[in-house]
Ligand binder design. Structure first.
Ligand SMILES: Cc1cc2nc3c(=O)[nH]c(=O)nc-3n(C[C@H](O)[C@H](O)[C@H](O)COP(=O)(O)OP(=O)(O)OC[C@H]3O[C@@H](n4cnc5c(N)ncnc54)[C@H](O)[C@@H]3O)c2cc1C
Length: 288
């Protein structure tokens, strides 16, 4: 059973600011509700007022903004999965969205909710982390942009301030030669990740790696970028990447815990193997 709360649904940013000011510390923002309603029902969070943000103009939809694509925070994962601009510039995110929960969850759940939950296993969160996303936080003072790596502070903790709403996610349009999201769960469908992550690699016409991102989830309190492994890839030709060394560096670079889903040792093992598989897929694709 839920404790009693008011459901409020402002239709302009101005109305939202006024409600956040009036209700001060006694409100929770609500998008798809797939995380929030569970916490409310379990009485792990409580507020007298639940403010639905989905009617705020501009908070849904995907736009081409020149050097970036912007994704409204309340865009549903099912829309992200199929959006052509996201497929073109952020295919790792389309893949991640397609792997969240079930059709029903993706039809309600939003990318902003996934980021704001700040779960170390958040599929969308880990994908946008690897793509150097920034978040746009809207408040009465305007929009504040923060790189995602500085935004997610700990499980369930972000740098959002009272009076702010997560409004947009900005993804730079980078010509990655390869980008991919991967996920290992305890079963194939409807599974929270035991390990997930995303990789992006940019190589020139000769197969020389110019830049790389290796981001892993569910193996540290927040998504974790394994820069020591990235350094082993950058500056090498596709066929010369020391796969076993990269695997080891990834396994040593993660900081997993043991919980009901998997042991720390298993998580570290899978993290290394997953990255190795991605690099092999990239190298194989390059040969064709
Ligand atoms: C059965 C089930 C399976 C699931 N499987 C997966 C899975 O495989 N992978 C995965 O990553 N997640 C999974 N989830 C978790 C969840 O569905 C996702 O995290 C989803 O993206 C949350 O989005 P939402 O819109 O429903 O968020 P909500 O529940 O509406 O909100 C989540 C949190 O974010 C805050 N919030 C939401 N939007 C904003 C905003 N714009 N500004 C500021 N704060 C905001 C809320 O206050 C709340 O604290 C699963 C959940 C369920 C119930």
């Amino acid at each position: 059973m839920y404790a009693e709360f008011d459901y409020l649904s402002p239709s302009t940013a101005e109305e939202l600011y006024a409600l956040m000011e009036e209700k001060k510390n006694d409100y929770l923002l609500y998008a798809g509700g797939t995380d929030l309603l569970i916490l409310l029902r379990a009485k792990k969070v409580y507020a007298k007022h639940v403010i639905d943000i989905k009617k705020i103009p501009g908070i849904t939809g995907v736009q081409d903004e020149g050097e970036y694509i912007s994704i409204g925070a309340a865009t549903r994962l099912s829309d992200i999965e199929s959006d052509p601009l996201i497929k073109q510039w952020a295919s790792a995110l389309s893949e991640a969205a397609a792997k969240v929960g079930s059709v029903q969850i993706r039809f309600k759940g939003t990318l902003g909710g996934n980021i704001q939950t700040a779960s170390p296993a958040g599929d969308g969160l880990n994908a946008v982390y690897a793509l150097d996303a920034e978040v746009g936080l809207l408040s009465r003072s305007g929009e504040r942009r923060v790189p995602i790596a500085q935004y997610v502070l700990a499980p369930r903790k972000t740098a959002i301030q009272p009076g702010e709403v997560l409004y947009k996610i900005y993804i730079p349009k980078r010509a990655w030669s390869f980008q991919h999201f991967f996920k290992t769960g305890r079963r194939n469908a409807l599974a929270i990740s035991v390990v997930n992550g995303a990789m992006a690699i940019e190589a020139d016409a000769n197969g020389l790696v110019k830049d790389a991102r290796i981001v892993l989830g569910a193996v540290a309190p927040t998504p974790i970028r394994i820069q020591a492994a990235e350094r082993l890839i950058i500056g090498r030709k596709t066929g010369d990447i020391p796969l076993n060394e990269v695997t080891l560096v990834v396994q040593q670079g993660v900081r997993p815990i043991s919980d009901l889903r998997a042991s720390a040792q298993y998580r570290a093992y899978i993290a290394g193997i997953s990255v190795k598989k991605q690099i092999s897929a990239f190298t194989e694709g390059w040969k064709k």
